[in-house]
Each structure stands twice: as C-alpha cells, then as structure tokens.
Design a protein around this ligand. Structure first.
Ligand code: SF4
Length: 397
C-alpha cells in the first residue's frame, strides 16, 4: 500500500516538474512515506528524518516532506522535534496531497497532466482506505480511520493509467480489500471489470479478511483465468481463544472452512502469523502449529508480537523475549518445511508464469518459477513443472 501511495504522491510532484532520483545528493526534495504498523519501522523513519537535518543545511531551498501513517500518528510533535521539517502529510490526506503542496507555497503549481512513475510489471492500485475492525494489537484503524471505498470509475481509470505506463499485472489494495463495495459494484465485480481492461494480464489483491470470502465471491471469480489463484490471508493465530482476544472476528473453525472453500476453487493460500500475543498460552501456540499443518499454507510470514502504543493489547503483560524467540523459531521451522512440501506438490502441474526476468517469473498461484529458455519479460508462459528445489520451481521449457 505504501508503494501505491508513494506513486500517487510522486505523480503530484512530477506534475510540478520534479523527476525521481535515488541519489540523495542530487535531490531537491526528500519525501519519506512511512509505516507505523511496527514500532521498529516508525523509529527507522524518524531517525532518517533526524539525519536529514545536515543534508538540508548543505543547500538552501532543499525541502523535506514526512508522509503516511507515522506522520498521521505523531503529527505536529515532529515539527517541534525537527524544526527543519517542511511538510507533514498524514495517511488520511494522501488523496489531497496536491492541495497540501499548493497550500504550503513551497512548490510550483501543477501542470495539467502529471507524469506517472513507471510501475514496472505490477501496477499497485488502492481501492479502499482505512479499516472497520478494531484488532486489539493493531494501530491501523486509529491512523487510517474507517473504511472509505474509492469510486469504481476512478479505480478503473487508474488501472488504465498503470497499463499505459507498462503494467501487466494489477494488484488491488486495501486493508480489508475484499470488503470493497461501491453502490452495486462488489469486490468480485471490480475484480472481473479490472480483468476486462485491455492489457491487463493478471489481477491480484491484498490483504483480504477471511469473513468477506463468501460463496458468491468464489463463484464469481473462480472461472476467470486472469484472476491469480493465490490469496494472502492473514490468520494471525490458530487458537479461537486468542483470535477472540485479538478481536479478529472469526474462529479457527471459520478460518479453516474459508481455507477449504478457497482451495476447492484452486487458490493457494499464504498467511501472516503472530507468536507470543500476551494471552497466548503454550496450548494456544500449539494450536497455531496445528493450524499451519491443517491449512497447508504455501508460505507464512511469522512475527513476534510487539506492542503498539495506544492499542488495547499494549496494556497487557508481555511474554519474556526468550519465550517469543523460542516460539518463533519452532513456528518458522514448521512453516519452512511445509512450504517446501507445497513446492514439491507442484511437480507435474501446468503453471502460467508471468516472466519478471528472461528466465524467472511468478505463477498465478504465486510460486517462483525458473524456465529453461529465455522468454520476453512481461510475457505469460504456460509450462509444466519438472522439479522443485526449496522454494523455487523449475519448468520443462
Ligand atoms: S483487520 Fe485488524 S489487523 Fe487488519 S488493519 Fe484492520 S484492525 Fe488492523
């Protein structure tokens, strides 16, 4: 989501005559787009901002913009701490970023047609902002606010722009992306409409919430070959007790039911898991291990619980670090070996691979595939899988 937001903000700067550079010394403006989901990410962004004080003093006229979730959460206190900071733009104001630049009088006026940053093969398209849940460990609802779905016409216009700039694959984005609705247009309708745009070869989405995977959604998308058969669905825990204390809105049983329904129509599923939530007992942790086995995830990102100031869970008593580390270690080992099994299970299958380099690409179900021959970047190659090694598949041609 931050990549998509950065592209959107860059388009506003490009409309005012700026071009992108990776070289700090060449830059006239630094835009720091921040994340605040984890404490560590926020610290890194703020300490980078602190180091930019010297950069700004080197040349008059240099400008610094601090944007995104950490800007929303920390607000004006950042201006007090870093008086050289020129502009703050919180996560709730990304759509008004152009107005923020104009009101500051620090930037030239916008040209009518802003240049779009080349998106590469994947065009990230935000379809909604905010979240209506209140998971007890999560800071997102307080910095991004409740759900706001973007109009379907604006989303499709954005997809057209991304395709024109070279994207082959479109990634639809939202905190609970499958809760999308605009009038009578559901998330499934939006997915199907996106695949109808000439030049779109594949559509992905992230992050969905399990409860919004309805049978209607599955029957609407299952036969559309342009919809990637992969879902990254955060489970967070395998214990119904912990899921309820996290206020996730589902039980282990509901989660497993959704996973079975998705698998029945050909989706591979990856997930996020948290170990060491404050109320997690040894038995709860073992239920997460058994969920991983039962669900057959193709991949899982595993995190130690870390408290976020201002969330209900931050008031709870923490587990000692060694307990968190031990549980993470056990979970990672299990996830690694099950992921290798998932790759082995693909041998003999036929996969459609979108080539991201001449000899490597990603299958519809999100496995990395190495081909024998070189293929044009951006082409879709239909090929049989010959062997698997760790987390890489090898194609017959
Ligand atoms: S669903 Fe829960 S974890 Fe995800 S963004 Fe919303 S509150 Fe946070």
């Amino acid at each position: 989501m931050n990549l998509a937001d950065s592209e959107e903000m860059f388009a506003q700067l490009a409309a005012r005559g700026f071009v992108q550079t990776d070289c700090l010394e060449q830059a006239d403006v630094v835009l720091i787009n921040t994340c605040t989901v984890r404490d560590h990410a926020e610290h890194k962004a703020v300490s980078f901002l602190g180091r930019l004080g010297a950069w700004k003093r080197e040349k008059p006229g240099r400008r610094i913009i601090f944007a995104g979730c950490a800007a929303q959460r920390l607000g004006q206190q950042l201006k007090k701490q870093f008086p050289f900071l020129d502009l703050l733009s919180g996560a709730k104001e990304i759509e008004q970023f152009g107005d923020t630049l104009d009101e500051s009088s620090l930037f030239p006026p916008a040209a009518p047609q802003g240049e779009i940053l080349s998106p590469g093969l994947t065009g990230y398209v935000t379809i909604m902002r905010g979240c209506n849940f209140a998971c007890t460990y999560c800071i997102v609802p307080s910095v991004r606010g409740p759900i706001k779905c973007l109009p379907v016409a604006d989303i499709l216009a954005n997809v057209h722009r991304k395709v024109k700039a070279g994207a082959k694959e479109i990634m639809l984005l939202g905190q609970t992306v499958n809760a999308y609705k605009d009038g009578t247009c559901s998330f499934a309708d939006l997915m199907n409409k996106t695949t109808e745009i000439p030049g779109v070869e594949r559509v992905r989405f992230t992050s969905p919430h399990p409860i919004y995977f309805t049978p209607e959604f599955l029957s609407a998308v299952k036969d559309n070959p342009k919809i990637a058969k992969h879902v990254h669905m955060p489970a967070q825990s395998g214990s119904s007790k912990v899921l309820s204390e996290m206020k996730r809105g589902y039980t282990r049983e509901i989660l497993l039911e959704k996973i079975q329904e998705l698998k029945a129509v050909g989706f591979q599923i990856s997930t996020d898991l948290i170990v060491g939530f404050p109320t997690e007992t040894e038995d709860d942790f073992n239920q997460t291990l058994s969920l991983v086995e039962q669900a057959g995830f193709s991949a899982a990102f595993c995190y130690k619980y870390s408290p976020r100031q201002g969330t209900p869970a931050a008031q709870m008593k923490l587990h000692p670090q060694n307990v968190l580390e031990q549980r993470l270690d056990i979970l990672l080992n299990k996830v690694r070996s099950l992921a290798e099994d998932a790759y082995q299970a693909q041998i003999g299958s036929v996969q459609e691979v979108l080539m991201e380099s001449p000899e490597k690409g990603r299958s519809s179900s999100n496995f990395w595939v190495q081909t024998k021959q070189a293929h044009p970047v951006g082409s879709i190659v239909r090929t049989e899988i010959e062997k698997a090694d760790g987390t890489l598949l090898f194609a017959r041609n």
